[in-house]
Ligand binder design. Structure first.
Ligand code: PMP
Length: 383
């Protein structure tokens, strides 16, 4: 068998997941139906409206939030921009904190706000990517108004202690925003239980459709529209609703509500299987991040003596799709900002490769991938 005819193995779920079969079915059915404009008064319009509202209900149930708390958006990038900009617009003397390991859709907005003269601070992490809560307490005492922290990191899989952070933020009279995009489908996400004020979501990392997501807004809080236009989503998100995507979103959220616990367990089994297979065949592999609190589906591995980009390209030829960081910055040849924020030197950061999978990734594929990775890594080390 030639190299190129090898079965492809997709290990880049943190960039985007494979569609769940139920989501695919819902998308196809919605695309085949006559889909009206959800704002139209006729029957086709009413059917579209009903689809959008069913999606809202399914999302609210899957994350334990009231239905009216859910504002549908075009994904988490949009939601992050909207929540941060809205806070600054309505808050005199705003002081925004975000972690140094946030997704670019938070970090770059905070950077832009800083250039526009808003007070901002970056919450540092240690070498394992763990946040220092003492640092937060000090900043909160100095008058921070909003803290933006991701539930789980897209590159290392590190899980942040959201409920504990929310409590500290509230005790200081500030507001907490949580980007839960990478947590969905991997660990339990309970909006109400964690005491969050604003949560942003995207479902495409867990098998939902791309280009649709949500902002979840705590009762008594508001979020104004980012754009101007129509009055969809009660004035908070103008633009004709993507009804087919909403149908897919409903299916994804329903699956999440049904299977989240099972998926978490399954991911742990798969992680062990992959790591054992890889480490049994290859030395000089180091795990980045904090295994005590890490998504089971994410492995950020540094390979001694190998450049991450070289490994990724060689793996792609061997039929394994992985990544060197956020898909939004991957390809830029810059080392990952997350690994740099953890304190690694650029040369060290360049060694990182991220493998991420889903609960339905077959264990045999992970074992097969481990074999290919070990082979490629040994070959690269000999060069
Ligand atoms: N936040 C995190 C943590 C992410 O991993 C991503 C996806 N790369 C986003 C936000 C952006 O989400 P979307 O693709 O829906 O804009």
């Amino acid at each position: 068998m030639s190299m190129n005819s090898q079965r492809r193995i997709y290990l880049d779920w943190n960039a985007t997941g494979l569609l769940l079969p139920e989501v695919r079915e819902a998308l196809v059915a919605a695309l085949d139906a006559t889909v009206g404009n959800a704002s139209s008064i006729h029957r086709e319009g009413q059917a579209a409206r009903a689809t959008v509202e069913r999606a809202r209900r399914a999302v609210s149930r899957a994350i334990n939030a009231p239905m009216q708390a859910v504002v549908l958006t075009g994904g988490a990038t949009e939601g992050n921009n909207q929540v941060l900009r809205d806070h600054v617009r309505k808050t005199a003397g705003a002081h925004v904190v975000c972690t140094g390991v946030e997704h670019p859709s938070v970090l770059e907005v905070v950077g832009a706000l800083c250039e526009e003269g808003v007070r901002t601070s970056i919450w540092p992490v240690d070498l394992r990517g763990v946040l220092d809560l003492g640092w937060l307490d000090e900043r909160l005492a100095a008058g921070v108004t909003l803290v933006s922290v991701m539930w789980a990191n897209n590159e290392t899989g590190n899980i942040h202690p959201i409920a504990e952070i929310a409590q500290r933020v509230h005790e200081a009279g500030a507001i907490v925003h949580v980007d839960a995009t990478q947590a969905l489908g991997r660990i339990a996400v309970d909006f109400t239980g964690a005491g969050i004020d604003y949560m942003t979501l995207s479902f495409h990392k867990m098998g939902g459709p791309k280009g649709i997501g949500a902002i979840v807004v705590r009762e008594g809080f508001k979020v104004a529209a980012l754009l101007q236009g129509g009055h969809q989503e009660r004035g908070r998100r103008p633009g004709t609703e993507n009804v087919a995507a909403a149908a897919g979103l409903e299916a994804a959220a329903n699956q999440l509500a049904l299977k989240a616990a099972h998926w978490s367990d399954q991911l742990v089994v798969l992680r062990t299987c992959f790591l054992e297979a890889l480490l049994g065949q290859l030395d000089g592999v180091e795990l980045r991040g904090s295994p005590e609190a890490q998504l089971a589906n994410t492995l950020n591995l540094a390979f001694q003596g190998i450049d991450g980009e070289d490994l990724l390209l060689a793996l792609d030829l061997e039929g394994v799709a992985a990544s060197s960081g956020s898909a939004c910055t991957a390809g830029s040849l810059e080392p990952s900002h997350v690994i740099l924020a953890m304190g690694y030197a650029p040369a060290e950061a360049r060694r990182s490769v991220r493998f991420s999978f889903g609960p339905a990734t077959p264990a045999e594929e992970l074992v097969e991938a481990a074999g290919r990775i070990a082979r490629v890594a040994r070959r690269l080390r000999q060069l």
